[in-house]
Structure formats: C-alpha cells, structure tokens
Design a protein around this ligand. Structure first.
Ligand code: ZN
Length: 312
C-alpha cells in the first residue's frame, strides 16, 4: 500500500513538472523578439498589448526634433564655429567717454538742452528769439539793483533776467578787486544786430561779416550770442571800438579771465580757438553757462563749442 501511494505521488509530481515546463514554452513563443518590437515602432503599428512600450520609445525619438524647433540655439551646437573678427573699439557714447577719448576729465552731469547751454554761432541761428524777461544793471555798477524795465541811463546793460544776479556778482567782485567795470553791451535784439551787421560790414569792406582770415567781426542777425541775453561785453570803460590788442592786457581782462568761472561765466572767444568759434579773440566777451560748466570749460581750456560737443 505504501508503495502504491509513493508511485501516485511521483506521477503527480511529474504531471506538475510537465505542466510548468509547458507554461514556460508557451510564454517564450508569445513574446515578440527585439527586432519585432523595433519594426512595430518604425511602422507606426500600435499593437494594443505593446502600445505602452512603443509609445515612450516613439516620443523619445521625436523629442530632440521638437526641442530644436522651439529653441534655435539647440541646433547651433553642431554648426561649424566661425571665428568672429575682433570688434572695433566701441565709439564713445557718453560725455565722460568722449571726454576721456580727448584726454579730458569727466565733464559735469548737466542737461545740455537747458537754457544756459543755448549755443549761438554762425552755424546755429536763434532766428527771432527774444528772452522772456530782461534784467537791467547800472553800466558801471554805481548802483547794485537789478531793474526789470530799461531806461536811457542803463539801456546797455540788459541781460536775460536769469543771469542778472550772477553778472552783478561778477562785476561787483571785479570792482572790489580794485577794477573799473563797464558793462558795454548785453542783450541786442535781432533788429539792432541787423543794423550792426550792415554798419560794420560797410566800415570793413565786407559783405559776410568776416575778416580776411574768415573770422567773424560781426555776426549776422540771429547768430549773435548777444541776442540770447546770456552774455555781456565787459570793459574797464566805454570804447568806440574794442580790439584785442588794446584790451588783452588790461588788469580787468586778466582778472576776469582768471575769476569768471567762479560766477558761472566763461571767456567765450578764447585765443587759439578761432578755427572753432570762427570769432576773433575777444577778451571782453563773457558768456554765462553756470558754475559747474564754467569751471570745467575754463580749467580745461575749452571753447563753448567743444564743451557742447561732449554731450552730442
Ligand atoms: Zn560780445
């Protein structure tokens, strides 16, 4: 009986073993080989039971193309590298950079379009411009008031009201330094400059206001800085004709050239800058630009045209 039971157990064990072996073989037959999977993906076949496997493989292969389309830089990685030529030195684009290129210190931080920087010369006419308000000083500063109405007595000394106090301070300082001061010409209207121009041209046998060297001896109407009201001719007394030869070494001229910047004025037509200003050296003509700009201009030996150029 025991032997019979043992035989039954052996037979049962063999049957189980055979069943397990058959199951393994069936599984191996049903699974596609790796080449078959590749073929399914490439042909776009979406076999239901392999869809899950195929989908990630397909999306992975498409991803790089999508990235390169959205990000142009991704496509340049493999592009041949072209050596860029060395870029030229960038052009100065700030006042400080332009000044540095000329060997000058940084200029003051100003608004070059502000009224005190109005450029008036043979190339820059202000046409029929008239200052909004004039201030009048006594010509020899025997009084230190600023009037808002002209009179026959002090008609010559009208200037733009905004510079009247600075001009008064400058003139008073000169007087306090022991000088005689005469404000010989301030604001001139367009019409009066027109008369000046014609008269001086006739007296000098010229028609364009220029001397034999091409420098202006009188400006056409609209091109005189006097029409802006921002300047004044300052001498030690009244002169019928002002010449650099006579006035250059006057104590007042020397003092003014040394101290004008402290009051916001510059020597507008310096000696040696005639080719730029197109005007002869005038030791009597002072122009208001404010203290910061005046100190920079005078300390660096510039004319006003050169200063304005730094900001354009
Ligand atoms: Zn002048």
């Amino acid at each position: 009986m025991k032997i019979f039971v043992r035989i039954i157990r052996i037979i049962f064990g063999l049957v189980l073993l055979a069943g397990f072996a058959y199951g393994l073989m069936s599984f191996a037959k049903a699974a596609p080989k790796s080449g078959e999977v590749k073929a399914m993906i490439e042909s776009g076949t979406d076999g239901s039971e392999w869809a899950y496997t195929a989908a990630p493989a397909g999306s992975q292969s498409a991803q790089p193309e999508t990235q390169s389309a959205q990000n142009p830089e991704a496509g340049t990685a493999d592009a041949p590298v072209v050596e860029a030529p060395p870029s030229p030195t960038p052009l100065p684009n700030t006042p400080a950079a332009r000044a540095a290129a000329l060997g000058l210190p940084a200029p003051p931080d100003i608004d070059i379009t502000s009224w005190e920087f109005l450029l008036v010369n043979g190339d820059n006419s202000i046409d029929q411009y008239v200052p909004d308000k004039l201030g009048y000083l006594h010509p020899n500063i025997s009084e230190v008031d600023i009037w808002t109405e002209p009179s026959a007595f002090r008609l010559n000394a009208g200037v733009d009201y905004r510079i009247a106090q600075a001009l008064l301070d400058f003139a008073v300082a000169a007087k306090n330094a022991g000088m005689d001061v005469y404000l010989s010409s301030g604001y001139r209207s367009y019409a009066s400059q027109q008369d000046n121009f014609i008269r001086i041209c006739q007296n000098n046998g010229t028609s364009d206001g220029k001397d034999a060297n091409g420098y202006y001896i009188t400006m056409p109407a609209g091109c005189s800085e006097h029409q802006s009201g921002l300047c004044c001719d300052i001498t030690d007394k009244w002169y019928g004709v002002k010449t650099a030869a006579e006035l250059r070494n006057k104590p007042l001229s020397v003092w003014m050239a040394e101290h004008c910047q402290d009051y916001g004025f510059i020597l507008r037509f310096p000696e040696g800058k005639e080719d730029i200003t197109k005007v002869m050296y005038e030791p009597w003509h002072f122009r208001y630009v404010g203290v910061d700009a005046a100190k920079y201009i005078m300390a660096n030996g510039l004319c006003f045209e050169e200063f304005v150029e730094l900001y354009q």
